[in-house]
Design a protein around this ligand. Sequence first.
Ligand code: SF4
Length: 242
Amino acid sequence: MELRVFQRGFNFSQDGPGNRLVYHLQGCNLRCPWCSNPEGLSIDGGWITTPEALAAEAVRSRLMFFEGGGVTLTGGEVTLQWEAVLHLLSLLKAEGIHTCIETNGTSPHLPELFPVLDLLIMDLKHHDSARHKAVIGMGLEQTIANITAALDAGQQLALRIPLIGGFNASAQDAKQFAALLNRLNVGKRATVELLLYHEYGRSKYDKLHLPYTMGAEARVTNETRLQMEEILRQSGLTVIRT
Ligand code: SF4
C-alpha cells in the first residue's frame, strides 16, 4: 500500500492538540479558488511512501508529541487515499498515538475512519449547497451526511469555516450557518471555528504559473469575525479559536 505526500513537518496546536507531526497528502477533489496549497491539488505530485514508513517515523518522533500531541493528516484531501489512510491510522492507534485528520468532508468513505480517529477536523465552507457547488464544484450533501454520521458515532468533531469575503462572511451568513448547524443538532457536540482568509499561498501560484483569482474583497476583518462568532454563540454553538 502506498501513500503520496507533498509536505511534512511539526506544528504546534494549529492542526489538533499539542505538538503534532503533520503530513500533507497529495491530491484534492475540490478546487477552492483561495486554496493555499495549489501544489497539493493534482494527484500526481509529491513523493511516494508507505503507511508503515510514516508510522515508524511517528513512533521515532514520540517524544515530540508533548501537550497531548500526535499525528495529523491533512492535504490536499486525505480521503482521496482513504484505504492507505485507514491503514496508517490503525498503525498509529495500535502504538497509542493520538490521531487527527483535516478533511473537506466530501468522501462517503469518511465514516470508515472514525474507529481509528481521535479528532476529526472538517471544513464547512458554505451553508447553501447550490452556492457551494457553483464556487467549489460540489454540493453540500455528502458533507452534511458526514457531519451527521460523526455526531451519531460520538466522534470528536471540530468544524472549521474559512471566511471568504463575498462568499460566506456576513452576519446573514452567520445566521444561516447557525440555522444549518442547529437543524443538524450540532449543539455542544462539536466545536465551530471561523478562520480568516489569508493569502499565504499566493506566491505558490506564481511559481506554478497558475492564475490567482482572489481579489482584495476576499479579505475579512476581525470585527466581522467577532460579530459572526457572537451570532453562532448566541445560537447555542461552541465557538473556539485555536
Ligand atoms: S478542499 Fe482544501 S485542499 Fe482542496 S482545494 Fe479546497 S482548500 Fe484546497
